[in-house]
Design a protein around this ligand. Structure first.
Ligand code: ZN
Length: 288
């Protein structure tokens, strides 16, 4: 998610907002990060004072840990994850926007979705997101080089030791977006494809056809009752949680929009209602 400030040529990170009330089981790690156990081996690391309210997820197996997104890099997330696990950590971006890869360069291991055009660009070395993939110019944040140590093909199962994550390619918000599915525990980490609040389908790389295809795909592979954990929240307290019924609502809204039967509010950028937790921001109409 990116705020409309992107288009206002603001060149420095926004000042931090006031600390939010975060009742149990959320703990403040310091004056910036929050830590919230989703279960014993899954920890949401929140940045509620950053105006986009990012949530990153530390996903623990017995052998290795995954950090899914690392925030905008306004603060160093490394001390937080080090305090939470002694396991080797691989940082994985849900997508390349600056508010998700801001701390990736601080990690030795980085895994990126294996899409041919990305692998080609990396050419065996570091991968540098393009300005349009990163969008950090909005807050004066430079594009980092990602020293990719693992390429994760869509559909691949990642063994963390006693815990398996399936890599799902979920374009819509951006072409390189992924989600991670833990089928056994009933968790889906959705990045910016889906979170409570306004979904950004109007930015460079966003595509409504992709959004709908991904919704169809996810509804086929994600078991009923799965907890959906997104990368931004709209309101306190705690991590942004949704359910499969919200994914269903998104799919239905996208189908209505495609058929010209969903009315949006706004002049150029339309806000299309999905349900009480979700709305879609997109240009008017359905793309060719
Ligand atoms: Zn985002």
């Amino acid at each position: 998610m990116l705020l409309l400030r992107v288009y206002a040529l603001v060149k420095s990170p926004a000042p931090l907002t006031e600390p939010t009330p975060e009742p149990e089981p959320v703990d403040w790690f310091d004056d910036y990060f929050t830590v919230e156990p989703i279960d014993a081996d899954t920890i949401a690391i929140g940045e509620p004072r950053y105006e986009q309210q990012n949530y990153n997820y530390l996903i623990l197996g017995s052998e290795r840990a995954i950090l899914f997104d690392s925030g905008p890099g306004v603060r160093d997330i490394h001390p937080v994850v080090e305090a939470l696990t002694p396991l080797p950590i691989t940082a994985v971006p849900s997508h390349f926007h600056y508010d998700h890869i801001g701390n990736h360069a601080r990690f030795d291991r980085i895994a990126v979705v294996d899409l041919p055009y990305l692998r080609e660009r990396a050419g065996g070395g570091a991968l540098r997101p393009t300005e349009a993939e990163h969008l950090g110019f909005a807050e004066g944040i430079a594009v980092p080089d990602l020293a990719v140590s693992e390429w994760w093909a869509p559909g691949r199962e990642i063994d963390l030791g006693g815990r398996t994550l399936t890599v799902l390619h979920t374009p819509g918000h951006t072409p390189e977006s992924i989600s991670l599915l833990d089928r056994e525990r009933g968790m889906l980490f959705t990045g910016d494809y889906l979170y409570p609040g306004p979904l950004f389908a109007f930015i460079p790389g966003a595509d409504l056809n992709d959004y709908l295809e991904t919704a169809d795909h996810l509804l086929e592979v994600v078991p009923p009752g799965t907890l959906l954990l997104g990368a931004h929240r709209e309101h306190p307290p705690g991590a942004p949680r949704l359910g499969v019924e919200d994914l269903q609502a998104l799919q239905e809204a996208l189908e209505l929009l495609r058929e010209g039967q969903l009315e949006g509010e706004g002049f150029y950028l339309k806000s299309y209602p999905i349900n009480s937790k979700l709305r879609l921001l997109a240009e008017e109409g359905w793309p060719e």
